[in-house]
Design a protein around this ligand. Structure first.
Ligand code: NAP
Ligand code: HSE
Length: 425
């Protein structure tokens, strides 16, 4: 491995966890044999075996016992030279480095082909989002019509914090750096270079066209101020840094710039370090891939996917790769826990609510809110809408049976589970 920073440490951890968790023979073995860094005395967030860390690239690139190189250093130089040397030496390469892939990708891809080795770089675009595999494999039958993306986690994080909490640009940038989203030199993020590298890589795969840096329009987010969010919001918009590749007039227009995005479109809700790539193919139509676009673990997910793909090929095909622990037993629905919405037609008189609440209370179900909606004076009944706090399914079903038989309940008209969503931005 070349580099043991934010991404490298998470990859090293994933390799180690894997070799501890997987039973022998269930998965191709991965053995971390060398790690290149600049400063061996630096404190690391992961422990690697003594003697593995080095500042000498030759100890890794010329080591015949190493078959795969993971490049997570970043930058064009010396990453280009190291990746080239590895490919020439017959080693497979996995990299998360969009800069080198954008600027020198054509040369590296040819070199990998000449040497009959793999060069995979899923982590270079969109962090954990499997966008490159989707474009190069799953959408192979499509003519791609357009790509529109939020593909820089740092700027999306900054813009989100400025829009939602009025955080200053500088504070939001410091947070993004602390969270490991920003590049070593955050200029690359802020001025739109990082997004430009990524749209160039996507363009090569989606449109089979080379997209050099100077052919792409680029503008960063430094000129966006707090009041722009206020004014945009008044007009029904938010502000996002977009990277777009669109067919137009028989050609391709590539652009990276901040843009006003209507508040009622899904892209406006892609917040924090989340990224999204909207692809339009002639067969599939519009497709939407969203996920964590920066940070140690999501990026390690993409690096590990590439690494395991190569390891599986080297190890012989067919070996199972995913290992989640021993087989899981399936749970009965009774175990499910959630909030519930109940719609009840109840007699409209004093004490009714207390009776209903007592049935729920005896089943250990706490009420979150109650609304009395339509009343039917002729029948002397009313619609009660009850939202509960989280409860177990088995308890709710037994309470529902009791409610149906309660003298003050004309009907339990509906019982709907409330789905909870974890906040991922
Ligand atoms: P980082 O935290 O700055 O880590 C870089 C690592 O590379 C450090 O361990 C550093 O060594 C080593 N290194 C740098 N230049 C070197 C050189 N010339 N010789 C030897 N070692 C060198 O960077 P990162 O955030 O992990 O990013 C790594 C790559 O992944 C970049 O290409 C980045 O664009 C890409 N990426 C990052 C993210 C993310 O969220 N962070 C997401 C997707 C892709 P020392 O530790 O000794 O300084
Ligand atoms: N600096 C990059 C970002 C890391 O903020 O999106 C992921 O490539």
């Amino acid at each position: 491995m070349l580099g043991l920073g934010v991404v490298g440490s998470a990859v090293a951890q994933a390799i180690q966890r894997r070799s501890c968790d997987s039973p022998h023979g269930s998965s191709p073995p991965l053995d971390l044999r060398g790690v290149l860094v600049r400063d061996t005395s630096r404190q690391r967030s992961v422990e690697v075996p003594a003697g593995v860390i080095s500042t000498d690239p030759a100890s890794i690139l010329e080591n015949d016992r190493i078959s795969i190189i993971v490049e997570v250093m970043g930058g064009e130089t010396p990453a280009f030279e190291y990746i080239s040397a590895a490919l020439r030496a017959g080693k497979h390469v996995v990299t998360a480095n969009k800069e080198v892939l954008c600027k020198r990708g054509d040369e590296l891809i040819s070199l990998a082909a000449e040497n009959n080795v793999r060069l995979y770089y899923e982590a270079s675009v969109g962090g954990g989002i499997p966008i490159l595999g989707t474009l190069s494999d799953d959408l192979l039958a499509n003519k791609i019509l357009s790509l529109r993306a939020i593909i820089n986690g740092t700027t999306n994080y900054i813009l989100t914090r400025m829009a939602r909490e009025g955080t200053s640009f500088e504070d939001a940038l410091s947070e993004a750096q602390a969270l490991g989203y920003a590049e070593a030199d955050p200029t690359s993020d802020l001025d739109g270079f990082d997004a430009l590298y990524k749209i160039s890589i996507l363009t090569r795969l989606a449109f089979h066209s080379s997209a050099p840096v100077d052919a792409i329009y680029r503008e960063g987010i430094r000129n966006i101020h707090a009041k722009d969010f206020r004014y945009a919001q008044e007009l029904g918009y938010t502000i996002k840094l977009l990277a777009v590749a669109q067919r137009a007039d028989g050609g391709l227009l590539l652009r990276v710039h901040p843009a006003l995005v209507p508040l009622d479109v899904p892209m406006a809700g892609v917040n924090g370090a989340l990224n999204v790539v909207e692809v339009e193919g002639d067969l599939v139509g519009p497709l939407w891939l969203q996920g964590r676009g920066a940070g140690a673990e999501p990026t390690a997910s993409a690096v590990m996917g590439d690494l395991l793909r190569i390891a599986r090929e080297l190890h012989g095909s067919g070996a199972p790769v995913r290992y989640d622990g021993p087989g899981l037993h399936l749970l009965p629905m009774d175990e499910h826990e959630c909030m519930y919405y109940l719609r009840v037609t109840a007699v409209d008189r004093a004490g009714v609510l207390a009776k209903i609440a007592s049935v729920l209370g005896e089943a250990g179900i706490s009420i979150r809110s109650v609304l009395q909606m339509d009343t039917d004076d002729e029948r002397g009944v009313a619609d009660l809408v009850i939202m509960t706090h989280s409860a177990r399914e088995v308890n709710m079903q037994s309470a529902a049976d009791r409610l149906r038989n309660l003298d003050v309940v004309a009907a339990l008209d509906n019982l709907v589970r409330v789905e909870t969503y974890s906040d991922v931005d």
